[in-house]
Design a protein around this ligand. Structure first.
Ligand code: IPD
Ligand code: CA
Ligand code: CA
Length: 263
């Protein structure tokens, strides 16, 4: 398959910008919300944007498959596959908060080779192609150089089945809150990863994410010079049960702290 970075990135970039216009057009509309779980929402916009993106990305690489949130049925990753979260931050969207993103990654054989995270409300587009670096609105970005936890801002998020996991999450929050500069919960994992890639956050961690939440951001953080592993310090994979992304410098210390029971 012709995986010429310049062509694919350019065309995928056009597709995510057009899909971003759809999100903006629906921003002020009354939202028709369906529940996938107690607090797991889906709006008409999630579904419409996914349909738009699969049609447009399908024209960029006609033989590629799709793993897209609203139409995914289990599955694994093989060959050449677009991994799509049409609207990351649906709860933010439903409440009028600007931290919403379109996350698009391209999987080829055994790795993600392209990542695009577009925030239409904030007019920021993060992009990466494997081996070519990471960019924000076309300008190169890199992870932060902070080496001290007390100077580190750490992002996290909570799984939709938090009621079954609250204790462990609170335990981890306590360890991190008492040793770092603070914690942020933006409500969109793709944004958390993109912000780690450009150095706004020193690190991001979460459990229970899906490939469409993490695939693009995983590549962005790597291409920006950071490190991404599981909580068990194993190499990350989009189907992993946990993710810890960081500037690399604080990775080990933060990882040990997260896994150690707090006093
Ligand atoms: C969610 C967001 C949130 C994270 C959840 C995700 P959605 O994605 O990324 O930050 O905490 O685990 O499922 O449902 O808004 O696409
Ligand atoms: Ca998501
Ligand atoms: Ca989503």
């Amino acid at each position: 398959m012709d995986l010429s970075p310049a062509r694919i990135l350019k065309q995928a970039n056009v597709a995510v910008h057009e899909a971003g216009e759809t999100i903006l057009a629906n921003w002020a509309e009354a939202k028709s919300i369906r529940h996938k779980g107690r607090v797991d929402l889906v709006t008409e916009t999630d579904v419409a944007v996914e349909k738009e993106l699969t049609a447009k990305l399908g024209r960029v690489l006609p033989n590629a498959g799709f793993l897209a949130e609203e139409t995914a049925s289990g599955g694994d990753l093989q060959g050449t596959t677009w991994i799509v979260d049409p609207l990351d931050g649906t709860t933010n969207f439903a409440h009028g908060l600007p931290f919403v993103a379109i996350s698009v990654a391209l999987w080829n054989e055994d790795d993600v080779v392209l990542g695009l995270i577009h925030l239409p409300r904030l007019e920021e587009t993060f992009s990466a192609f494997k081996g070519e670096g990471a960019y924000l609105n076309g300008k190169p970005i890199s992870v932060s150089g902070s080496s001290r936890l007390v100077e580190s801002l750490v992002a996290t998020g909570f799984p939709y089945d938090i009621e079954t996991k609250a204790e462990g999450e609170v335990e981890r929050l306590k360890s991190i809150l008492t040793t770092t500069r603070g914690i942020r919960r933006m409500g969109a994992a793709a944004v958390d990863l993109a912000y780690t890639a450009c150095g706004r956050f020193e690190a991001f961690y979460e459990t229970g994410l899906k490939p469409w939440d993490t695939a693009a951001g995983w590549l962005l953080v790597r291409e920006a010079g950071g490190t991404v592993t599981t909580f068990e310090a194993q190499p990350f994979h989009p189907f992993a049960g946990s993710v810890l992304a960081s500037n690399g410098i604080i990775h080990r210390e933060l990882n040990e702290l997260m896994n150690a029971p707090s006093e």
